[in-house]
Design a protein around this ligand. Structure first.
Ligand SMILES: Nc1ncnc2c1ncn2[C@@H]1O[C@H](COP(=O)(O)OP(=O)(O)OP(=O)(O)O)[C@@H](O)[C@H]1O
Length: 377
């Protein structure tokens, strides 16, 4: 899928205008605080998701005398399902409305599934830098996008976990309740096994793709490996359920003492190593950035395989800390994908072999002419 036009009015500092991106690389450049990320955020919001910067819908219309205006609107023409489709998003008095091919929808979430994108923002570096929760959230987020049924299983698992944890705390005061723990163990194993099986299947598809993409970014100088191996590498439904059961049993006394369930998919991790060493502990800034990029691009490839539509790739401030050859990979080797990249350095535009540049200054966006792709201003 490709964005062929993006219009904006009163959206953050972007007053009124439009851009016509190309179907390859679109570099959005300019000094700090001019509106580059705002433009990327405008594209992202058509996924139906929340702002990747954590902003509330009421904060998105332009500020006027210190208060957000009542209305902001975004329009997008996107080529998907073999034809151009018109999408509109309105942020009205703190609420979202959407219009799909002229049909008004009361919610913004009606857009989910119409437009698909993968976003990298500096915050995503925490995926490598922080603890396992970030990596689990990445896997689960990707699975929820691909399989709505997974979201239900995950919710059921989390509910069973919360109830088991509440019971563990009660058992300390009422030891006779210990017998009822079995019921929650069974539910936890039932849903937890399904969560683990889906994560294993996703990681099996993700790991080789991400390693291959990393090889391209790092010009094969380093080898990166990804591994998700819960319960020491259990694979089948029966094996996982059996190992989960014995892990819960052997940790039962500790769990009652701490009031917390210590085994299960809520403790799993996706291990990431560069040349056999933990990327979290030993990876450089550039290596960690390249790993997150590889994971995001691999996620996009898997989404493409599942849906038949290539998600649009949004890369916010990805160039800093990447050397020339890594920049060259992003600008010139992501064939077949529509990419939007923000950066401060105008030189980046000149490194592109093919693509379009958009210069952003104080909320105004100008198309710039490249030698290889002349663009109407
Ligand atoms: N609701 C709003 N109304 C008006 N201006 C806003 C609103 N929200 C954010 N801004 C302004 O948008 C600008 C920031 O834009 P953005 O985050 O896109 O910057 P950027 O060009 O990506 O900068 P950097 O390179 O520093 O990341 C700031 O000047 C900020 O004050």
């Amino acid at each position: 899928m490709n964005v062929t036009r993006l219009g904006f009015a009163h959206f953050r500092n972007l007053r009124d205008g439009e851009i016509r991106p190309c179907d390859t690389i679109n570099v959005i450049y300019g000094s700090n605080a001019q509106g580059k990320t705002n433009l990327l955020e405008a594209v992202w919001l058509f996924t139906g998701g929340h702002s990747f910067r954590g902003a509330k819908d009421g904060e998105l219309p332009v500020l006027e005398n210190g208060r957000n205006a009542a209305l902001a609107s975004l329009t997008m023409t996107v080529f998907t399902e073999g034809r151009e489709q018109e999408l509109q998003l309105l942020f009205k008095n703190g609420r979202r409305e959407s219009v799909i091919n002229g049909v008004e929808k009361r919610t913004g979430s009606a857009l989910v599934g119409k437009f698909c994108a993968v976003i990298f923002s500096p915050e995503h570096l925490l995926l490598v830098k922080e603890g396992p929760a970030r990596r689990r959230a990445f896997i689960d987020g990707a699975l929820c996008q691909m399989k709505p049924a997974f979201a239900r299983v995950l919710t059921n698992y989390n509910k069973a976990l919360a109830q088991r944890n509440a019971l563990l705390k009660d058992i300390l005061r009422h030891p006779e309740l210990r017998d009822t723990l079995d019921i929650w163990d069974q539910r936890l194993i039932l849903f937890g096994t399904e969560v683990i099986l889906e994560r294993i299947a996703f990681c099996r598809a993700l790991a080789p793709k991400a390693s291959e993409i990393y090889g391209g970014i790092a010009k094969e100088k380093e080898r990166v490996s990804f591994s998700y191996a819960p319960f020491g590498g259990a694979n089948t439904r029966e094996e996982i359920a059996a190992k989960f059961f014995s892990a819960l049993k052997s940790a039962q006394s500790t769990d009652i003492r701490t009031g917390f369930t210590s085994a299960g998919p809520h403790r799993d991790d996706l291990s990431i190593e560069i040349n056999g060493l933990s990327a979290r502990t030993y990876g450089s800034q550039g290596q960690q950035r390249s790993i997150v990029l590889a994971l995001k691009l691999a996620e996009a490839d898997i989404l493409f395989q599942k849906t038949g539509e290539r998600p649009v790739i949004l890369l916010d401030d990805v160039m800093s800390e990447l050397d020339m050859s890594r920049r060259d990979y992003l600008l010139n080797h992501l064939d077949g994908r529509q990419v939007f990249i923000t950066c401060c350095d105008p030189e980046t535009v000149r490194l592109m072999e093919r693509g379009r540049g958009f210069f952003v200054e104080n909320g105004h966006v100008k198309n710039t002419v490249l030698e290889t792709d002349s663009v109407v201003q």
